[in-house]
Ligand binder design. Sequence first.
Ligand code: F6P
Length: 554
Amino acid sequence: MSQPPLTTMPQWQALRQHFATIGPKHLRELFAADPQRGVRLTVEDVGLYLDYSKQRVDADTLHLLRELAEACQLPQRIEAMFRGDKINSTEGRAVLHVALRAPTTEKILVDGHDVEPDVHEVLERMAAFSERVRSGAWLGHTGRRIRNVISIGIGGSDLGPVMAYEALRDYSRRDMTFRFVSNVDGTDFAEAVRDLDAAETLFIICSKTFTTLETLTNAHAARAWSVAALGDEKSVAKHFVAVSTNAEGVSKFGIDTANMFGFWDWVGGRYSMDSSIGLSTMLAIGADGFREMLAGFHAMDEHFRHAPLEKNLPALMGLLAVWNNNFLDAATVAVLPYEQYLKRFPAYLQQLTMESNGKHVTLDGKVVDYNTGPIYWGEPGTNGQHSFYQLIHQGTRIVPCDFIGFGQTLNPLPAQGGGDQHDLLMANLIAQGEALAFGKTADEVRAEGTPEALVPHRTFEGNRPSTTILAAKLTPHILGTLIALYEHSVFVQGVIWDIDSFDQWGVELGKQLARTTIAELVAADEPKLAHDSSTNALIRRYRQLRDDAISGKA
Ligand code: F6P
């Protein structure tokens, strides 16, 4: 269903006009005009409290954004996704990560086939396998129990599992070691196994396609390491399992498909952590914990599908992201979890958001005349405060921030001077949002007795937008809800920008060129190079550096 060019839509133009009025307004004015703003511009549902009152919007902005969403048929597009329509049109696929966390009672059809029984069958197999490993019933080739799990994958077959393991460490089996290998840089693999005993180590090879260069290369390295240590090719059966949609590739690699956990082409890589790609998560936190996490995702799915736009958390987040990106011209979004366990959450979100919405053409292939996906980045607080927050507070660019915090820590520690360290952490989160929004005027700085020459340096302009997301405590359930919030907000943005948020053609060219380059790097004699002069020179210089290092000349 094709829509008129976004920037010609009357709803877009109304927002442009409205921006002329609200753009120059300071958050100080907006808060002064409405004493209830900090309470009114919040939504609380499915365990999340979302405060967007420090965004540079008013009631008219929100109304106009909703009108734009209606004009872009957001409600219909949401329904189309849940119904299993092939909304990933450039790949001709349905987009059904929501089916991975739906209960057995739901029926979701892809090409007339109900996928829910398949989803639950795989979940049951994963649970049975996890239980065997966790209980010690699954033994390695030499009869020892498995104490180490190494998940090998990259992109969507790695970032979700790593992030979830780190986030849910507190719920994980502390007597088992979990590691993740993704980079084709051999150091990643070497460091992951250097202190491990192969007899107690299980590898999970995660690859949707089972053709990805990095993953297959690392999988071969893992097999060589494991077989060399255990002295028997047959040991692969006890030390390797695979997660993939490609049974043929798995068996060609040498893993019995009885030890393979499948998923489906309607699960995008970056949306796959709830599928068997999450096997390491299940091994770490157990099947019940994994199901709790799925229930958290599902709670947000239901909310997204049924809540009206004005109270719909992902819709609001997505529309505010469009507002900041296209009207405030903010090129990036900082995600700042004040929760150490979420340290890999920004990295996970980078693939989710940027592989999804880093697109330059509309669904029907027209080059857009507006910016699409912003750059997502971030670090846990308070660390970031001592690093890049300077630029967010006083730099020349607007960086909208998402602050994420919890009412309760999983590691209560008394703080020096009273209270808990967690209060200290949360005081910082709350203070940052306040400082960004309200700043400090030159007069306020002067009134503190600051010498005139320093006044401009110590002035904070403020008016810097942020959203704060609070939840009671980081649990598997709430982690699922939080991730689904971002997943759906990415979709909302993609619907407005009229792009395919579920393909990733942009990763292909580099992969293709690398195939040519590797042949040129490993050829015995320097081959005839036909690239540009920079690429040719880099190939020559690398070959020389490498050869000199090997021959001891360097
Ligand atoms: O190169 C990008 C990508 O295709 C991602 O979209 C995907 O998550 C990742 O590679 C890994 O792919 P696979 O799971 O097929 O190995």
